[in-house]
Ligand binder design. Sequence first.
Ligand SMILES: *[C@@H]1O[C@H](CO)[C@@H](O)[C@H](O)[C@H]1NC(C)=O
Ligand SMILES: *[C@@H]1O[C@H](CO)[C@@H](O)[C@H](O)[C@H]1NC(C)=O
Ligand SMILES: *[C@@H]1O[C@H](CO)[C@@H](O)[C@H](O)[C@H]1NC(C)=O
Ligand SMILES: *[C@@H]1O[C@H](CO)[C@@H](O)[C@H](O)[C@H]1NC(C)=O
Ligand SMILES: *[C@@H]1O[C@H](CO)[C@@H](O)[C@H](O)[C@H]1NC(C)=O
Ligand SMILES: [Cu+2]
Length: 239
Amino acid sequence: MAPLASAALLLAASAVVNAHFTLDYPPTIGFDDDKEGTAPCGSFTPDFSKDNVTDFHVGGDNVAINLLHPQGTWLYRATLDQTASGNNWTQLRPETMQTGLGKFCQPAIAVPESWAGQKGIINVIVDAPDGVLYQCAAVNFVAGAATENQSTCTNSSGVTASFVTDANLAPLAAGNDSAGDATSSGTGTASSTPTSTGTGSSSSSTKNAAPGRVGGSLPLGNVAGVVLAAMLGSAYMML
Ligand SMILES: *[C@@H]1O[C@H](CO)[C@@H](O)[C@H](O)[C@H]1NC(C)=O
Ligand SMILES: *[C@@H]1O[C@H](CO)[C@@H](O)[C@H](O)[C@H]1NC(C)=O
Ligand SMILES: *[C@@H]1O[C@H](CO)[C@@H](O)[C@H](O)[C@H]1NC(C)=O
Ligand SMILES: *[C@@H]1O[C@H](CO)[C@@H](O)[C@H](O)[C@H]1NC(C)=O
Ligand SMILES: *[C@@H]1O[C@H](CO)[C@@H](O)[C@H](O)[C@H]1NC(C)=O
Ligand SMILES: [Cu+2]
């Protein structure tokens, strides 16, 4: 049992380091797995002269993400400040907990209508079991709503969602990362509390049998423990 346990611990450690999330649409201004915890854009600084600046419909457009954790809580924000450093973020949607690994797309994220014709930043943040992680997209806000979905706008099977309140995201949701304690991400704690309203049923998922799904039914206070439990669980099943 001892060799198995230490192998599982090693695997758990590398899984935590290597698995975060990607912003698949609008295209990210940059992704560095090791620095994804650096606010507000995962260590990247927007540069509208070089970035892939995508049209984003103010009346509702796709935001597609791929979560490489069994669970995480999303915060969607935007700003007209093209440097992303002005601490003037607008929250776009209630905090949303995803349960189940994989793709998660909101097809109709809206921003204030008056933003049409201006450039800005879409900011996607997740409170994941290993900390708070960030990505940004540089966009050109355009009038109207998206008339088609991107091919990347899909949900992985078994993924469910519900609206929550999340203590780690609350200061970021308030829109000013300089005020209070917003940028000290809570490593290792996920304190999301489900509320009654949801975008779908949150507790009846059965399809995703990946080991990581264990996280969906446990408190995520100790991610290594959860991953370890999952790995020991699957190792146990192989015996
Ligand atoms: C910009 O992003 C769009 C949408 O993801 C993609 O189709 C296009 O290839 C990207 N362009 C460049 C230059 O990366
Ligand atoms: C914050 O952004 C809003 C648009 O959402 C803008 O009207 C306002 O002037 C900005 N405030 C500051 C201090 O930049
Ligand atoms: C995008 O996909 C969603 C979910 O399947 C659907 O409800 C919506 O109508 C689609 N939007 C467009 C513009 O086709
Ligand atoms: C993905 O799931 C969420 C939550 O149930 C839902 O709001 C959204 O429309 C789904 N996306 C697609 C592309 O079906
Ligand atoms: C954000 O908070 C800091 C510190 O309280 C304050 O100095 C700054 O003016 C605030 N920025 C905005 C845009 O409200
Ligand atoms: Cu991660």
